[in-house]
Design a protein around this ligand. Structure first.
Ligand code: PHE
Length: 362
């Protein structure tokens, strides 16, 4: 029997999620969503938050520009969510951030690394590092590990992530004495990169920096091999997807990327997460987006618990106060810019597999 009080007080805590579940970057949204769902199930099984179950309301932006705004407006105005989780790609998180900020709805992006995402305002947070850190780590890697004195750069001008990461890489690489070779552009979704690759081959760089997403990266690496390019190609977290290996196959070997964590890192939190994820998703191995989707939901639940309330200002303050959080991705704190301060890992692609090679601490 429901009383008048029950009818006035929501029985669940509604959290919104937007993700690219279909379309060009479907593996991003699928993975982060799976991680988020697993976290919410665990939280609810342990009694929920403030005595209530979390209800996750998910919207698919289909990887399309413009769709995120619709999704987020619906979650806020129609569904009445108290906070939002999303998404992986920076350009789409940047579409959501001003809407969440204007409506004073706290938003946590699991994996968007472009510095400007959280600069949108005091309601926007991330549980990943930024590309200022990642770009610098990649520049040091090029100089110290690859021993590359000249690097060519190939940027996806349709992606804020790619442009931002190229910029921070170039600044740091120049400051450590590296020489920038030829710099060329492409548009995410292009299929033929032979023109740019031929020009790069002619420039004869020691290595090629490719801050792109997995589907474009795989095609570029295949075409580079066809043109006889032997210089290693390296990039950032946007490379991470099993689809990179299934599309690029042996043409991916000998290349490198940086990312958020490795499922091989033996922390108790990662081991427990990988176990639970495999159990829930038919033995599937999680990727970084799944780990970060999980951590984003856990940080959100932890903050609402500490806030003792679902009032927006209190949730906001509690997320901002997140310190020494033992996430599955690693231990992290949020700094004054609402960005997570945490380590990054390097992966080498060998024998058609991702191999963890090194960790860089902040
Ligand atoms: N960091 C990327 C972006 O900001 C997204 C990404 C995160 C991709 C993690 C893969 C893995 O767009």
């Amino acid at each position: 029997i429901s009383t008048a009080e029950d009818l006035r007080t929501p029985l669940t805590i509604k959290i919104g999620e937007f993700a690219s579940l279909t379309g060009k970057e479907a593996t991003f949204g699928t993975s982060s969503h799976e991680g988020t769902v697993l976290a919410v199930e665990e939280i609810n099984a342990a009694g929920g938050v403030l005595g209530k179950k979390i209800e996750l309301l998910t919207e698919d932006n289909q990887t399309k520009a413009g769709e995120t705004a619709n999704a987020v407006n619906k979650l806020i105005s129609k569904d009445g969510v108290v906070a939002i989780i999303g998404e992986v790609a920076s350009s789409r998180s940047m579409e959501a951030a001003p809407i969440c900020q204007d409506n004073k709805i706290p938003m946590i992006t699991p994996a968007s690394t472009n510095p400007t995402v959280t600069q949108e305002g005091d309601h926007i947070f991330r549980v990943c590092f930024t590309d200022t850190f990642q770009g610098a780590a990649l520049a040091n890697f090029a100089k110290d590990t690859l021993k590359a004195n000249k690097v060519a750069v190939l940027t996806d001008v349709k992606s804020d992530y790619s442009k931002g990461l190229a910029k921070s890489f170039k600044e740091k690489y120049a400051s450590v004495g590296g020489t920038l070779g030829i710099e060329l552009d492409f548009n995410g979704g292009d299929k033929d990169f032979k023109g740019q690759l031929t020009a790069i081959k002619g420039d004869n760089p020691d290595a090629i920096f490719l801050p792109g997403y997995y589907n474009d990266v795989a095609l570029i690496c295949i075409q580079a091999k066809q043109l006889g390019i032997t210089a290693p190609i390296f990039g950032g977290d946007g490379w991470e997807s099993e689809a990179l290996l299934s599309i690029g196959k042996e043409d991916m070997n000998g290349n490198y990327f940086s990312t958020h964590c490795s499922v091989e890192q033996g922390t108790p939190e990662m081991i427990a997460f990988v176990d639970a994820y495999k159990k829930k998703y038919d033995g599937k191995t999680p990727d970084a987006m799944a780990v970060l989707g999980y951590d984003a939901a856990k940080v959100m639940a932890d903050a609402i618990t500490r806030a003792g309330s679902t009032e927006s200002a209190k949730i906001r303050d509690a997320i901002a106060a997140t310190k020494d959080f033992n996430g599955a991705s690693g231990k992290f704190s949020l700094n004054e810019n609402r960005d997570a301060v945490k380590a990054l890992v390097f992966i080498k692609i060998e024998d058609g597999k991702f191999k963890y090679t090194a960790t860089v601490n902040p």
